[in-house]
Design a protein around this ligand. Structure first.
Ligand code: PMP
Length: 427
């Protein structure tokens, strides 16, 4: 497969943009090689500027649950655009989307739209600090909550891929109020609560199903334990559902596991492929947000009409039946991949939650960052390129999730399995 135009453009892009990209993992740093520059996408496929076509398992890192360029969403964006692209004033669209969110997420009584997942979590933490009058927060090793200074501590995603556990440019004082516990290990949180710091903790923030150290599922009792411990200690529990919201079901991970956090952060699917974030939760916390309360948070383009239209069109197309189909097509794909790996004696572990999964290269169970890190990333990189060259586009890091969309049908699943078969054979 030739990618000459992408190679030339990547060279030029590297002179103009840091690493040639606008978000680190796009630069193929961990797998090496040249990222294809994408010209267009439709359904389950993306096409690069050299005319190569790939079955896409990145889905813009989560948002594209209905596949690319879904006609209803494109129509909604086009119609909305005709009426103007930004007003900086209230619209009916924001109210309509807020209503949908509040109906689907019973823990959310009031919501604020923002422009990214980063903004959503940063703002939710600020609100939780104001509500509790405390300053410290607890996050978990390997969970990524966007790139706000105080959350860039032992983060997953690009931060593990690039081996930068903590970013330069973040003063130590900014992260001194951030404590880190181990994912799936309640005792590590309990220890923090027992120290004098317990009464200073405002919030525990967690990805209820982690997607940023690869997919890692919560063990039985982990989320329930978090709810219990935070309630007992008057700490706000924040679910970062930027990935899992509308991905694991209409009601996200909290709907699936039956847990009500105090605050929830959303993003990705909520914007139907346009930039978005949202945070919401208990009324008494959300009432603290300006202009109602003393917590300042604002945004020139927040609640943007194009985004709201795309989000509404997306949510209105998501049904329980669609999630059932997504679950069974992803299960079929994962079973096929496991069988192919077994036949070629390549030890892998697949962690899957609905339509998101990760193939970990290593036969051990992966339940936290340490076990994720034990994987053979060189092998993943080789596997990645063997697939890419056959027209399959997986995430360019061992520590990211593969996402299926409703446009991935039997034909795409079968082709992907046979490409994996050949890739495992060549490893
Ligand atoms: N939280 C989680 C769980 C995420 O996966 C991400 C991004 N992948 C973010 C927050 C940050 O979202 P954004 O990239 O939109 O700022």
């Amino acid at each position: 497969m030739k990618r000459i135009r992408s190679q030339c453009l990547f060279k030029e892009a590297q002179r103009l943009l840091p690493g040639g990209v606008n978000s680190p993992v796009r630069g193929f740093t961990s797998v090496g090689g040249t990222p294809p520059f994408i010209e267009s996408a439709r359904g389950a496929y993306i096409r690069d500027i050299d005319g190569n076509k790939y079955i896409d398992y990145v889905g813009s890192w989560g948002p594209m649950i209905l596949g690319h360029a879904h006609p209803e969403i494109i129509r909604a964006i086009r119609e909305s655009g005709k009426r103007g692209t930004s007003f900086g004033a209230p619209t009916t669209l924001e109210v309509a989307l807020a209503k949908r969110i509040i109906k689907l997420y019973p823990s959310i009584k009031m919501v604020r739209m923002v422009n990214s997942g980063t903004e959503a979590v940063m703002s939710a933490v600020r609100a939780a600090r104001a509500w509790t009058g405390r300053s410290m927060i607890v996050k978990f090793d390997g969970c990524y909550h966007g790139h706000a200074d105080h959350l860039l501590v032992r983060a997953g995603s690009g931060a593990i891929t690039l081996g930068i556990p903590d970013s330069k440019g973040v003063p130590r004082s900014f992260t001194s109020a951030t404590l880190v516990a181990r994912y799936n290990d309640l005792s590590s949180l309990k220890k923090k609560l027992l120290t004098g710091k317990g009464k200073m903790i405002a919030a525990v923030v967690v990805e209820p199903v982690a997607g940023n150290m690869g997919v890692v599922l919560p063990r039985d009792g982990f989320l329930e334990g978090l709810r219990e411990l935070t309630l007992k200690n008057d700490i706000a529990l924040i679910f970062d559902e930027v990935i899992t919201g509308f991905r694991l079901g209409l009601g996200g991970a909290q709907g699936l596991y039956g847990i009500r956090p105090d605050m929830t952060c959303l993003g990705k699917i909520l914007g139907g492929g346009l930039p978005v974030g949202a945070y919401g939760g208990k009324k008494e916390i959300m009432k603290m947000i300006a202009p109602l309360g003393p917590v300042y948070q604002a945004g020139t383009l927040s609640g943007n009409p194009l985004t709201m239209s795309a989000g509404l069109a997306t949510i209105d197309l998501l049904t329980d039946l669609l999630y059932k189909k997504l679950d069974s097509s992803t299960e079929a794909l994962c079973n096929g991949i496991k069988e192919a790996a077994r036949k070629h004696a390549v030890p892998i572990t697949i962690n899957r939650a609905g339509s998101m999964f990760t193939i970990f290269f290593g036969g051990h169970t992966v339940y936290d960052l340490n076990t994720a890190r034990m994987c053979n990333t060189n092998r993943y990189s080789r596997f990645f390129h063997l697939l890419l060259n056959q027209g399959i586009y997986p995430p360019s890091s061992q520590f990211e999730a593969w996402f299926l969309s409703a446009a991935h049908k039997e034909k795409e699943i079968e082709k992907t399995i046979s490409c994996c078969w050949r890739a495992f054979g060549s490893l």
